[in-house]
Write a protein that binds this ligand. Structure first.
Ligand SMILES: Cc1cc2nc3c(=O)[nH]c(=O)nc-3n(C[C@H](O)[C@H](O)[C@H](O)COP(=O)(O)O)c2cc1C
Length: 192
C-alpha cells in the first residue's frame, strides 16, 4: 500500500507536523510504503490561471509540483495535515491545492472518468489544529479539503481536528490527542 503524507504547515515541527508524525507511527505498524512531502520545502508557483491545462488536464508549469502530481495520483491513501490560518488553509498548503486545478479540469471539463485521474478510489485523511476555540474554525477548510480530495478521486475518509492548540509543540501537552492520531493510523486501513 502506497501512502502519501503531506505536511502543509510552514512551521517545521509544529503541531500539525506532530499530528501527522503520530499518525504515521501508527500506520507504519502495517506493511506500507510512505512518501512524505514537506510543502514548505518545495519550490513551486501558485496557479497562474494560464489555461495551459484546459485541453489536457496536465499542468504546464515545470516545478516541484510535477513530482507531487504523480504521488497524489498513484497512492492508495493521502494524509494531509495543515493548520487553520484566517479560517482557511495556510498559504503554501492552499497553493498546492490550487495547483490541482488540472485535476478539476480533467474530471469536470474533459469529463474523464475518475479512473483516468487515478486508479481505484483512494482514501483521504485530514489532520488540523486551530489556535482558538471558535466553533466555525474548520468550516472553510473542510470545503476546500473535500473538493481537493474529490478531484483526485479520493474519498474523504476521516479527519481529526483540534481547537485551542496554538504555540509550537502545544499539542504534545495533550498525549490523548497524539494517541488518537497514532491510533487512527493503526486502524485506518481497515476503515471504509
Ligand atoms: C497567519 C496565521 C493565521 C492564523 N489564523 C488562525 C485562525 O483564523 N483561527 C485560529 O483559531 N487560529 C489561527 N492561527 C493559529 C494557528 O492555527 C495555530 O498556531 C496552529 O497551532 C499552527 O499549527 P502548526 O504549528 O502546525 O503550524 C493562525 C496562525 C497564523 C500564524
Amino acid at each position: 500500500m502506497n501512502i502519501t503524507a503531506i505536511y502543509g504547515s510552514p512551521r517545521k515541527n509544529g503541531n500539525t507536523d506532530l499530528l501527522l508524525k503520530a499518525f504515521l507511527r501508527g500506520i507504519k505498524e502495517h506493511d506500507v510504503n510512505v512518501n512524505e512531502i514537506f510543502i514548505r520545502d518545495l519550490e513551486f508557483s501558485p496557479c497562474i490561471e494560464c489555461g495551459g491545462c484546459d485541453n489536457t488536464g496536465k499542468c504546464v508549469l515545470k516545478d516541484d509540483m510535477q513530482s507531487v502530481y504523480s504521488l497524489l495520483t498513484e497512492s492508495d491513501m493521502v494524509v494531509f495535515s495543515a493548520p487553520v490560518f484566517f479560517y482557511g488553509l495556510n498559504a503554501c498548503a492552499k497553493a498546492m491545492v490550487d495547483r490541482c486545478q488540472c485535476f478539476w479540469v480533467k474530471k469536470y471539463l474533459l469529463n474523464k472518468k475518475p479512473g483516468d485521474v487515478r486508479g481505484e478510489k483512494g482514501k483521504g485523511v485530514f489532520l488540523s489544529v486551530s489556535g482558538s476555540k471558535g466553533k466555525k474554525n474548520f468550516d472553510g477548510i473542510f470545503l476546500t479539503v473535500r473538493y481537493f480530495f474529490d478531484v483526485l478521486n479520493i474519498d474523504f475518509t476521516r479527519y481529526l481536528v483540534y481547537r485551542n492548540i496554538d504555540s509550537k509543540g502545544a499539542v504534545l501537552k495533550h498525549p490523548e490527542i497524539i494517541e488518537e492520531a497514532c491510533s487512527l493510523g493503526r486502524t485506518i486501513i481497515e476503515q471504509s
